[in-house]
Design a protein around this ligand. Sequence first.
Ligand code: FAD
Length: 291
Amino acid sequence: MKTADIFDEKTVFSLEVFPPKPDANESVIYKTLEELSDISPDFISVTYGAGGGKNGCKTIQIASDIQDRYGVESVAHMPCIGLTKEQAAAILDSMQDNGIENILALRGDSSGSVQGDFRHASDLITFIRENYDFNIIAACYPEVHPESSSCADDLKWLKHKVDCGAHHLITQLFLDNSYFYDFCEKARTSGIDVPIEAGIMPVTNKRQIERMVKLCGVELPKKFVRVLEKYEHNETALRDAGIAYAIDQITELITDGVDGIHLYTMNNPYVAHRIYDAVQSLITVTSCARA
Ligand code: FAD
């Protein structure tokens, strides 16, 4: 099923996982997926390391297994930086052969100058639209992409991605819902009319959030910093506070009519289950109102 169609029927609740590292035990991801599939998410997306290395094969295999073994729709991420058109076509052919219908088309990041046929995610989206029949999803940034010179510029290019063929957007994580509301209002005013899913990351350890802030330029609200400072030396308390914080964010978003929630699970089924259990009835009520 194409993910863009699910939004007509319900408030979407989806999950993100990442493939195991090359030297890790492969069976762990399948145990994780088995536990996550109990939630019956609308789809599970699988990340893909930029550069098109071996990690990509795992992404395709896992995305395919999510559908075949667990009966859950899947989305394969695909960063295009550094790829030639021939390499991109080989990846896309493999996704098609493995029954994958949904692709999160991304640029990816690189530390130096790179060769390749794609400069931006929009180039990959156009390439896919011209040659394949995938449902295309794209990334967006409520706090503006770190490389953008302004919010207006970022929105202009986001609109371009949608015009090129993205049917559904997923946001980068944010910890202050006001950024999301502001972003959605501006996106709608700019003529972006596809579903926008809110990407929520439950922060359960300090190192994780420090890395994310550095990488994504996400602001830490005062309320969140207080939680972090209070519980940073107690693993269980910080985990529980992080779960409670994510539940608060999601409760507000669903109540205010968000199209969907995309939970960055960090491959942690325990955390995903606690969050889902707390918001499941809200999803049911808002989905009934939508149907
Ligand atoms: P783009 O859409 O190309 O945007 C990058 C910058 O260029 C922005 O500033 C934008 O405003 C500008 N821009 C866009 N189009 C144009 C244009 N045509 N001309 C000029 N400027 C333009 N990375 C991975 O490597 N693997 C993953 O699996 C992965 N999953 C992700 C999932 C989500 C939901 C998100 C939000 C991000 C993910 N990323 C992943 C990270 C992503 O690759 C980075 O954020 C990257 O810096 C930008 O990717 P993009 O697709 O948004 O790029």
